[in-house]
Design a protein around this ligand. Structure first.
Ligand SMILES: Nc1ncnc2c1ncn2[C@@H]1O[C@H](COP(=O)(O)OP(=O)(O)O)[C@@H](O)[C@H]1O
Ligand SMILES: O=P(O)(O)OC[C@H](O)CO
Length: 498
């Protein structure tokens, strides 16, 4: 027997989570597990593929144990994942050839620079909507083929498979019966043509990637495979897949052009729904696939910031000036605005709209009076300034779109800080909406699966279930806003690598 429960798997950068949602979109059981991060060289970030798999398996079992009927009560599985992270494994043995190269990893900065020097960036951008930055999967995959012993020969003979984390988990869950991904994940690889909706032979050729390694690309709500019953005791169907930022866009019900969601976790990722039209950014934002439903692609403009909540982690683990993230707000409130510092948290380079992989973090305005409270305030404010950069770029790019006023829906761990959300609204001079349900990423994956299973309603009714927790309205005077923005722009200018 199966019910209206949906199991959502959210495989993130620092932890794996599983949530069971009921037919009223409420979270009824949860499992969560952190796993090790590996930093073998400066700028390198890796995950052990087995950790991604075993932690996912464990959290699913934990969540399923929390509902009556366990796996037999589940109508479908949705998967959402950290994006761009790159894995290669053997189709014969299922063994990965090396650790997963994580989206934050910068080891291919020189490869990207060389491709740019050779004049290839325009081609990649035109076809994929992305830029030549080490963030995306393509150059990470090329690195594996060029640097892991025997990998290129094995790939060329058809033995090796490539996948983002969704593909890897589906391969494991189905006992090696499905090598698939969805259009949103494919759109982050630098190998996928987002207009024609297919892997691109020319781009694969430029990066030296054999096309036999690539997974089949499906809609975001589709039949991806059946989970081997040995894992959970029942045959579950995987019916929804999307990259985590796209899943949050769905979970926030940003279905209309002009709606923006911005997620504040480790990094910050803002997506503006541009509807069925792909908008080419004039301001170094990405064009990407928001979701593909029933063969119809909806596009988004995306701004990606690599450091948001991780600046708060740095206050805690690097500087030791707070013990828990939630303390940051109180300390920031105690800071004297006359001692204002500007922190540019370019710990792993700068993302949108600067795309400067070689920049490193800097702090400006230090005096003998500067102390922990000022560092805290600067860290929280840096998130607001970086978002302002993105929203300004989006406003300029969307000027020709026929949309209502911009609506910003926020989610992620950092949105718990009212102070940070108020500062964000002040800087943007626009309202910021925080929903009641903050598990929007998992909810988005669950909706895709529930919709495909036919047990959850369509977009309109699902949109009606979005409820506001709090709207932050701008309170800052225009003169102050302009002064602060100019201070930030100056700090960024002085931080840039060239
Ligand atoms: N009250 C808070 N104030 C500021 N930052 C917070 C607060 N609570 C959590 N965070 C930050 O939010 C991040 C965790 O958010 P989460 O959405 O779970 O991230 P991820 O999915 O990327 O692991 C951490 O980096 C943490 O520092
Ligand atoms: O795992 P998260 O939530 O930090 O998200 C990572 C993004 O998908 C990277 O593009």
């Amino acid at each position: 027997m199966s019910g209206a429960y949906i199991l959502a798997i959210d495989q993130g950068t620092t932890s794996s989570r599983a949530i069971v949602f009921d037919g009223a979109f409420r979270s009824v059981a949860v499992g969560q597990q952190e796993f090790a991060q590996h930093f073998p060289h400066s700028g390198w970030v890796e995950h052990e593929p087995e950790d991604l798999w075993t932690s996912t398996l464990a959290v699913c079992r934990e969540a399923l144990a929390g509902i009556e009927g366990g796996a037999s009560a589940i109508a479908g599985v949705g998967i959402t994942n950290q994006r761009e992270t790159t894995l290669v494994w053997s189709r014969k043995t299922g063994e990965a050839v090396c650790r997963a190269i994580v989206w934050q990893d910068r080891r291919t900065a020189e490869t990207c620079a060389a491709l740019k020097r050779e004049g290839h960036e325009e081609l990649f951008t035109r076809k994929t909507g992305l830029l030549l930055d080490p963030y995306f999967s393509g150059t990470k995959l090329a690195w594996i083929l060029d640097n892991v012993e025997g990998a290129r020969e094995r790939a060329e003979s058809g033995e090796l498979l490539f996948g983002t984390v969704d593909s890897w988990l589906i391969w494991k869950l189905t006992g090696g019966r499905a090598h698939v991904t969805d259009a949103t994940n494919a759109s982050r690889t630098l190998l996928y043509n987002i207009d024609e909706n297919c892997w691109d032979e020319e781009l694969c050729g430029l990066l030296g990637v054999p096309m036999s390694m690539l997974p089949e690309v499906k809609d975001s709500a589709d039949t991806f495979g059946t989970v081997d019953p040995e894992h959970f005791g029942a045959e579950l169907k995987i019916l929804g897949v999307a990259g985590d930022q796209q899943a949050a866009t769905v979970g926030q019900a940003c279905f209309r052009p002009g709606m923006i969601k911005s997620t504040y976790g480790t990094g910050c990722f803002a997506l503006l729904n541009t509807g069925e039209t792909r908008v080419a950014s004039r301001n170094r934002l990405l064009s990407t696939i928001a979701y593909r439903l029933d063969g119809q692609t909806t596009y988004a403009l995306e701004g990606s910031i690599f450091v948001a909540g991780s600046a708060v982690q740095w206050l805690r683990d690097g500087l030791g000036i707070i013990e828990a993230a939630a303390e940051s707000q109180k300390l920031a409130e105690a800071s004297d605005p006359a001692n204002r510092l500007y922190l540019v948290p370019a710990f792993v380079g700068l993302g949108a709209p600067y795309w400067d992989p070689d920049a490193r973090g800097a702090i400006f305005g230090l005096t003998r009076a500067s102390g922990p409270a000022d560092f805290c305030r600067a860290a929280l404010e840096s998130v607001g300034y970086q978002t302002l950069d993105l929203i300004e770029a989006m406003r300029a790019d969307a000027a020709d779109m026929d949309t209502d006023d911009i609506v910003l829906r926020v989610d992620g761990g950092m949105t718990a800080s009212d102070w940070t959300m108020q500062f964000l609204s002040d800087l943007l001079a626009a309202p910021v909406d925080r929903p009641q349900v903050l598990e929007t990423t998992a909810l988005g994956a669950a909706w895709l699966a529930g919709y495909k299973a036919g047990v959850w309603p369509g977009m309109e009714e699902f949109s009606g279930s979005w409820h506001l927790d709090r709207r932050f309205e701008p309170q800052m005077e225009e003169g102050e806003r302009t002064k602060l923005h100019a201070g930030w722009q100056d700090a960024v200018r002085r931080t840039r690598s060239a």
